[in-house]
Design a protein around this ligand. Structure first.
Ligand code: ZN
Length: 305
């Protein structure tokens, strides 16, 4: 019977579920608003309903090997969620046990940024690369780190939070409780704020990029700062991990041409020559599907281990 996995991308706004085949093909995908408030019961009920919809779209002989979640939280090795900023009701919840009881199937749970890195490593820009780093520039700045072919999770699932590396000790307040994290200078949200600070009347980061293309000076200053600060962050990571590759994903990576020059200049300046020369910098290839595919990959690996 053909093996399938149901993979879920749980966000603060939407929840997506996809039926995925072992070679990484998405066979069917559905999206719903995340329940508000998102209690455990509400999440379990919606997940079961979405799973029924996905199952109905599959062939009768298809076998579901497991259910995989990517969540914007730390996931401990016991499957307990911590640091869930967007969905506080799920903090401290043993999601793995709750889902296992609901689905009666093996459950895998990954941090969403780690899942995106696993996806790019499986099918995208980092295929075949053992030591590399991913940053995702979206509403926030997500991070993933691979060492010797394995994602770095840390004993509490708290590793690779690249978005909360500080670049300005007394800088803009961050949702994590600190100040001046790179997330406050390189996320799409941050670019909108910096554009307003620079006097621009803009509503989103794409408009800032459009203005940059037209030679707008305030837009240039926004991307100069964004690229510089992200380069400082990545330069430190190049010195720490000596990566072969840095993958930049997420919606704001579309403004690549506007930030890549100051970013490269900063890495060249901050990092040791050999390591800086080694680290190729490329765009992510899987877009929004990186996380859901990465979660599915973890479930397939779990099923065959
Ligand atoms: Zn922070």
């Amino acid at each position: 019977m053909p093996d399938r996995v149901l993979a879920v991308d749980l966000g603060g706004t939407n929840i997506r579920m996809a039926a995925v085949a072992p070679e990484g093909v998405i066979l069917h995908q559905i999206k719903n608003p995340t329940p508000n408030p998102c209690t455990l019961d509400a999440l379990l009920d919606l997940s079961a309903q979405m799973a029924d919809e996905c199952r109905a779209a599959l062939h009768s002989g298809d076998e579901i090997l497991g259910v995989a979640y990517g969540v914007p939280a730390n996931v401990t090795s016991n499957g307990v969620l911590q640091g869930f900023a967007n969905i506080p009701a799920l903090n401290g919840v043993d999601l793995r046990s709750a889902l296992r009881d609901k689905f009666e199937l093996p459950i895998t749970i990954e941090n969403d940024a780690t899942a995106a890195a696993i996806g790019e490593h499986w099918l995208g820009a980092a295929k075949g690369i053992d030591n590399w780093i991913m940053v995702t520039l979206g509403t926030g700045v997500g991070g993933g780190i691979f060492v010797n072919g394995e994602p770095l999770r840390g004993p509490d699932g708290g590793a690779a939070k690249i978005g909360h590396i500080c670049v300005e000790p007394d800088g803009h307040p961050c949702g994590c409780g600190s100040n001046g994290c790179i997330e406050q200078y390189a996320s799409a949200t941050a670019m909108e704020r910096m554009a307003k600070e620079a006097g621009m009347e803009t509503t989103n980061s794409h408009e800032v990029f459009d203005a940059w293309k037209n030679g707008d000076e305030p837009a240039k200053s926004v991307f100069e700062r964004m690229g510089r600060y992200l380069g400082i962050t990545l330069g430190g990571l190049v010195n720490t991990f000596n990566p072969e590759l840095i993958v930049i994903g997420g919606g704001a990576a579309a403004a690549w041409d506007a930030f890549i020059a100051p970013l490269n200049a900063e890495i060249k300046y901050r990092a040791f020559d050999g390591s800086a020369a080694r680290a190729r910098i490329v765009k992510g290839m899987l877009g929004d599907d990186a996380g859901i595919l990465g979660a599915a990959r973890s479930a397939f690996l779990e099923a065959t281990s």
